[in-house]
Design a protein around this ligand. Structure first.
Ligand SMILES: [Mg+2]
Length: 348
């Protein structure tokens, strides 16, 4: 049985801004792109959340909900530096660290010599170090596997710890709403709901073969999660897996030709960022007017513009005529098994 800790900073970017400028503590605050540039909220503080502002929401909508919202563009360099300080604290307690973003990570402490191997005490020590040394708060979840640890870290947020012992797993998952399982987005949630499936207990009652047939590749993982099972190890990786560029357009693109023109403009920057590194896959990402997004990728050893064109066409067709608000190109670096999807740094 593993002992996994998921540590997640509380509204990280906003918390750093409030720490460095206490005048921001009492106002609704968000970090994100401007409305004029059709930006999206990356993080907001709890004051802003009272108005319904959430990460990944368009700035336009956020400002409608909260006209007094203080919007900052963010200081990525500062956040990265703080992230490294957090990382240094993690390293005191484990070598098995898998960062998920600047502000969250999994730690495997199964064989840790600290605190006689108590994952709960290690999690509390990490939170205390972060608070004392960085003047920031983190929440943590302790569980026998990754997905449960991630869910657990949300339970007592902000500035909280939630420990799920192996003995408590069965009861915990029984009533767990399926949307809380990482990977279950709104689309999957409504497909599940249409089949009458709302909690893990509902899936537990399903026939496994039937369920996997309904949900394909994700079906097996989801079926296992419903029983509290997640065999994935904490993967330690310091290497970059992908390089990408993307841009949000001031106005939705309505044709494939327009999408291709934007992609052509992005290509030189991708080449520059790629440098001398070897290519394993190339891919494209489109985000549509309704904020759904799709990625297409293909194995390739070079930046092949014809391939980008073909991928863009398929991705565009998936939008079924919807306008395109974001175009991205990316490259999976050779020697890497998985391509990491490019993610905007949403931080809860
Ligand atoms: Mg967070």
């Amino acid at each position: 049985m593993r002992k996994i800790i998921h540590v997640d900073m509380d509204c990280f970017f906003a918390a750093v801004e409030m720490r460095d400028n206490p005048a921001l503590k009492s106002v609704p605050l968000a970090i994100g792109g401007s409305r004029e540039q059709r930006g999206v909220i990356s993080t907001c503080n709890y004051e802003a959340r009272k108005y319904g502002v959430r990460s990944a929401m368009s700035t336009h909508k956020a400002q409608l909900l909260c006209p007094k919202l203080v919007l900052l563009p963010g200081r990525m360099g500062v956040y990265k530096a703080v992230s490294q300080q957090i990382r240094a604290i993690f390293e005191r307690y484990s070598d098995l660290i898998e960062p998920l973003s600047l502000d969250e990570a999994y730690l495997d402490v199964t064989d840790s010599p600290h605190f006689k191997g108590s994952a709960s005490l290690i999690a509390e020590a990490i939170r205390a170090d972060i608070r004392r040394e960085l003047n920031l708060t983190a929440s943590a979840g302790v569980a026998p596997n990754k997905f449960l640890a991630k869910i657990a870290s949300e339970e007592n947020k902000p500035d909280g710890l939630f420990v799920l012992t192996p003995a408590a797993v069965a009861d915990f998952v029984k009533d767990l709403p399926l949307r809380k399982i990482p990977g279950v987005g709104p689309a999957t949630e409504s497909r599940l709901a249409a089949l009458g499936l709302k909690t893990c207990a509902d899936i537990q009652r399903c026939d496994q073969d039937w369920f996997e047939l309904q949900f394909g590749k994700f079906g097996r993982a989801l079926y296992e999660r419903a029983f509290g099972i997640d065999e994935r190890g904490v993967t330690v990786s310091r290497e970059r897996k992908s390089v990408g560029v993307e841009t949000t357009l001031p106005k939705d693109l309505e044709t494939l030709a327009a999408v291709r023109r934007v992609a052509d403009e992005l290509a030189p920057e991708l080449t520059r960022r790629l440098g001398e590194r070897a290519i394993g896959k190339v891919g494209v990402k489109l985000k549509f007017s309704d904020f759904t997004q799709t990625t297409m990728e293909h194995v390739s050893g070079e930046l092949d513009h014809g391939l980008f064109d073909a991928l863009l066409e398929t991705a565009y067709q998936r939008g079924q005529g919807k306008g395109v608000r974001l175009v991205g190109l990316f490259v999976g670096l050779a020697g890497q098994g998985v391509i990491q999807q490019l993610k905007l740094p949403f931080a809860e």
